[in-house]
Write a protein that binds this ligand. Structure first.
Ligand code: SF4
Length: 186
């Protein structure tokens, strides 16, 4: 991977016109550099997600472009409280994303149900009860810088993967709710 990372240096050095790498590393490097995002804002954390895309924070410089159609995206950014009523819609949109795909949980509500879970029957106790989450970002709400840091960490995870079947990084297992298997969470 270091060869790929230092591609410019390798080309500019004396006699450095040959680069050795593998298709696997090149594909993973390319994927990590261009993670198109599906912004799934469900509550107040979405304001910070929106702010991250504007010129002050300039999300685009990380190669992360928000797209409105899940079929065109690589990573779902879940930001906000998820209610039991919303859950099937969120899962449906996730299912519409093509493989390979990743999910970032942004904010305490998405990570664990946040301040609402213990006070109400209607809030989901964390998105990982029904979706495989790759990166967790704590905060109420997290700052745009935290989201950008989360995307940088996701890039590292993607780069460590392989295009070979079964060689993706280990995801967190789905957390079953009391009395349920993970597959029954929906
Ligand atoms: S974590 Fe805080 S800011 Fe984010 S959706 Fe929950 S209550 Fe709102």
């Amino acid at each position: 991977m270091a060869i790929v990372d230092n591609i410019g240096t390798a080309l500019s050095g004396s006699g450095g016109s040959v680069i050795l790498t593998s298709v696997d590393k090149l594909v993973d490097w390319s994927r990590g550099q261009s993670l198109w995002a599906f912004p799934m804002g469900t509550a107040c954390c979405a304001m910070e997600l929106i702010a991250a895309s504007f010129n002050k924070f300039d999300f685009d410089r990380l190669g992360t472009f928000p797209r409105p159609d899940p079929r065109h995206t690589d990573v779902m950014i879940l930001a906000g409280t998820i209610t039991e009523k919303m859950k099937p819609a969120v899962k449906l949109l996730y299912d519409q994303m093509p493989e390979p795909k990743w999910v970032v949980a942004m904010g305490n509500c998405t990570v664990s149900g946040g301040i609402f879970y213990y006070d109400t029957y209607s809030v989901v106790r964390g998105a990982d009860t029904f979706l495989p989450i790759d990166v967790y970002i704590a905060g109420c709400p997290p700052r745009p810088e935290s989201l950008q840091d989360g995307i940088i960490q996701l890039r590292e995870l993607v780069r460590e993967e392989s295009i070979a079947p079964g060689k993706r990084h280990e995801r967190k297992t789905l957390l079953p709710r009391k009395g349920e298997g993970a597959g029954d969470a929906l």
